[in-house]
Design a protein around this ligand. Sequence first.
Ligand code: 5AD
Length: 327
Amino acid sequence: MNLVERELTREDIIYLLNSEGEEQNQLFIRANELKNNYFGNKVLLRGVIELSNHCRLNCLYCGMRKDNKELTRYRIDNIEKIIEIAKVIKSNGLNSISLQSGDDYSYPISTLCKIVSNIKRETGLHIILVLGERKKSDIEKLKLAGADMYILKLETVDKIAFKNLRPETSFEKRFDLLKFIKDTGYETSSGFIVGLPSQDVEDLADGILLLKEFGINNASVSPFIPSDCTPLSSLPYGNLNLTLNTLSVMRLVLGKINIPAVSAFNLLDTYGQSKALNAGANVVTINYTPPENAIDYIIYTTNRHIVKLMAAKDLLDSEGLESGLII
Ligand code: 5AD
């Protein structure tokens, strides 16, 4: 099939998502070629600080869900400590920082705004927020404070599955918030989990087309990881091949956007992140959460795969890639 010379239809996308064997190789090669055309062999490294693992929600798949009483909860709200970490990220040569938390409404917006404005003033880093469904007024305040991008994953576009998996929220509300984020002037990022119960390739195809229509700036895909202490702990892992296919198709359909090789790929396969980098991904995230907290930021499973700076550099070296893509 002639992959990018013409617009891919929904049928093309479904076909490609199902590809196996030699057809799958061709898909990866094409996605990787496109990535190389856009970014050469440069990878964008992002530093992440996980500010809080408190969450008001009870998403069935997530280890940070409110009802998981096994988890030791923490909140890092010492502004100086966070600025120090941001300076380390800067001095390590990264130009982008991601501040993440659960849906933690008790994390004061005034503190978040101070963190954002101080990081901007003292480091000039590109600031990404991954703070869940905060109030619209909070989203505006954080933009004014200096944030550049907001990640709000849709997880799945099947509205009924969404409601079952995220009982306190709705697809409509989340997508409306994503539109609001865009209208507020943020760069946007969204994405999906592959392998959620009742999901099929049609849902993934519709999701990718929705992000295209939306005009998303960054997109991601993670395999479903059955997390301990969640109602879905006994389900099978998401399929690596389907997750990689989804990543490649995102690259073909969404063009010159940033797509991370998320650490969860390495929970499925020792070379999972390398495979993602060879299937069209151009971003690797490095964890800078203080180690005493990072062990409790458990989204997926108790065996977290925490990517530190050296591991990320080794990963890039092994694939002949270089850090330093500037956004
Ligand atoms: N498997 C895969 N991804 C998950 N996330 C949360 N729980 C899981 C899981 N069990 C992802 C969601 C969320 C991000 C922080 O982690 O995409 O947005």
